[in-house]
Design a protein around this ligand. Structure first.
Ligand code: HEM
Length: 179
């Protein structure tokens, strides 16, 4: 997983908890990389999973909640660092529908070693998008947070229904109410 995900995560932990909490979860998990993450480096995604687990133990906030909050947070960061992806996109559903063929397709050009999930997106009607998420890394909670963060960014009211169909497939049904 790209270092930018780790640096954004640790920045969020510092912002929402403290710098000591960052040190504590690194000490707790003793990541093989040594936790000297650089934005362009690539690291084992399990280091992130372990730090989330450690943060969850220390804060008594469930791990899935923490990952969803992180997903929302990181969308706003990505929207700033990759503003070019948002130009001319009218609303959250239009953006989300292009996640596989436009957004992540550009991401892989920028970072050829990125490990991206698969999204199969289908409009049911103008205001309803079904997104089938598949990834061996099982970051459906992150996807959920990113979808919600995307809605907030566009000022759209979204409902996100989630169906964990099996371990490797989660279906999100995203409805936009201000269509
Ligand atoms: C400007 C917007 C976005 C940018 C620049 C972006 C970029 C990235 C990057 C760089 C990674 C890390 C890849 C790696 O570590 O190897 C990633 C992973 C991921 N992205 Fe995006 N992304 C964006 C929006 C979204 C949205 C809206 C969603 C959800 C619909 C999403 C879902 C995910 C998920 C779930 C992962 C984790 C990897 C996995 O599940 O296997 N991304 N993205």
């Amino acid at each position: 997983m790209k270092g930018m995900v780790f640096t954004e995560f640790l920045d969020m932990v510092e912002e929402k908890f403290s710098a000591d909490m960052v040190d504590d979860i690194i000490d707790d998990t003793n990541p093989p990389s040594g936790a000297a993450y650089t934005a362009v480096g690539t690291y084992d995604h399990n280091e992130l999973v372990n730090m989330v687990t450690a943060l969850s133990k220390r804060t008594e906030i469930p791990a899935d909640t923490l990952v969803k909050i992180f997903g929302e947070h990181v969308f706003s960061k990505f929207a700033t660092s990759h503003q070019q992806f948002l130009v001319g996109v009218p609303n959250a559903l239009a953006f989300l529908a292009g996640i596989e063929d436009i957004i992540h397709a550009e991401v892989i050009k920028l970072y050829p070693d990125a490990q991206l999930p698969k999204f199969k997106c289908t409009f049911i009607d103008d205001a309803t998008l079904v997104m089938d998420y598949q990834s061996p890394r099982h970051f459906a909670d992150l996807a959920e947070g990113l979808i919600k963060g995307c809605g907030k960014h566009f000022g759209d009211t979204l409902s996100v229904d989630r169906d964990d169909i099996h371990q490797d497939l989660t279906r999100f049904t995203v409805r936009r109410f201000n269509a």
